[in-house]
Design a protein around this ligand. Structure first.
Ligand code: GLY
Length: 352
């Protein structure tokens, strides 16, 4: 199913027009405690989003769970939602993932619209039909592929985001640049966060989301080419897990940025990805994201974390690698020695 993706500098009117064109009997809006206070007030009181039935759940990944899901279903059920009702998810990736899943299962599926309020949500989670919740200590363990009726993307929400939150989303854009082509990639490296322009960011974001949209159209359920979107995430998830175990959690996008560097180093060993590109990219990551600190004592554990990644098949670590910018190669594996050499090189590049 096609997913309408609109980019706008006027989210108030674009969303009003979009919702007016949707045929529904009751409208519901899902927010978390942050987006209820920060995003919803951007819409006037007469706007459809403010006239809709409101559902609010706790903010943060800890609330991406069964309890929040049940809370959403309870309001839908109590307030008479039918198969013709529409749920708008207004928030970051946690809200669009959870709301998308709640809608997909309620009465065997009602339609939903995503309005992402973070850069990470706009460039990744809200687009492409992955929905779900965390379960049993595992991220996104329960969920379905089901695209939103529409995704309405605006940078107007981003003025309340910290530089860290923006950088976290930007890492996914860098990933899209690396897997698409040199043009998109170079433009991203040239963008200067010191002189943040939301108009320029919207343009880059549109280009970046189109990369994902194109891939998802070909392979909506990640049987093949969609795996290209996993670049940087095998090592990135291991860094993220280690940081949680060490009680010093790093933002998802930061882990992805460092994971991208390591996976380019693996790509160099296995597919001759050019070292000159790695040195420029790792410099960019170091300057903007700093370094994820680890020592050779962590290598075995990081490798072990990678062997438990849910992207693996038949117990073999599954990587997406690159032979050059714009040329992803899916279903690759790398032995321990290759991964450890990448860790050594990463620590040299990041002066650890
Ligand atoms: N986050 C990668 C994907 O949506 O496939």
């Amino acid at each position: 199913m096609e997913q309408a993706i609109l980019f706008t500098e006027d989210i108030v009117n674009t969303s009003q027009d979009f919702l007016n064109a949707c045929d529904y009997d009751r409208l519901f809006v899902l927010t978390d405690e942050h987006t209820r206070n920060l995003a919803l007030p951007l819409f006037p009181s007469s706007h459809l989003l403010n006239l809709a039935d409101q559902i609010t759940i706790g903010a943060g990944d800890v609330h991406k769970n069964m309890d929040s899901l049940v809370a959403v279903w309870q309001v839908l059920s109590r307030n008479g939602a039918t198969r013709k009702s529409l749920l708008v998810n207004l928030g970051g990736g946690m809200i669009t993932d959870l709301g998308g899943f709640a809608a997909s299962a309620f009465k065997r599926g009602i339609r939903f619209v995503n309005i992402p309020t973070t850069l990470l949500g706009a460039v990744d989670a809200a687009v492409g039909g992955k929905t779900g919740i965390n379960f049993n200590g595992l991220k996104n363990e329960i969920g379905v592929f089901n695209p939103a009726e529409g995704v309405l993307i605006s940078t107007q929400f981003f003025s309340s985001l910290s530089r860290h939150e923006l950088l976290s989303g930007y890492a996914e854009m860098l990933k899209h640049g690396l897997i698409s082509n040199k043009d998109v990639y170079q433009k991203l490296l040239a963008y200067d966060f010191e002189y943040l322009s939301l108009t320029e960011m919207l343009r880059l974001l549109e280009e970046s989301v189109k990369v994902k949209e194109h891939i998802v159209k070909i392979d909506p359920c990640e049987k093949g080419v969609r795996k290209a979107l996993n670049l940087g995430h095998t090592v990135g998830h291991a860094f993220e897990s280690l940081s949680h175990e060490q009680n010093s959690p790093v933002p998802h996008g930061f882990a992805v940025a460092w994971g991208l560097v390591c996976e380019l180093l693996i790509s160099h060993q296995k597919l001759q990805f050019p070292s000159a590109v790695i040195s420029v990219f790792s410099r960019y990551v170091y300057d903007n994201y700093g370094a994820f600190p680890f020592s050779c004592d962590d290598y075995e554990h990081l490798y072990d974390l990678m062997t438990h990644d849910k992207k693996n098949e038949a117990g073999v670590i599954n990587f997406t690698l690159l032979s050059e910018v714009g040329k992803p190669v899916i279903n690759q594996t790398a032995d321990k020695e290759t991964v450890f050499i990448a860790f050594d090189l990463y620590r040299d590049l990041f002066r650890l």
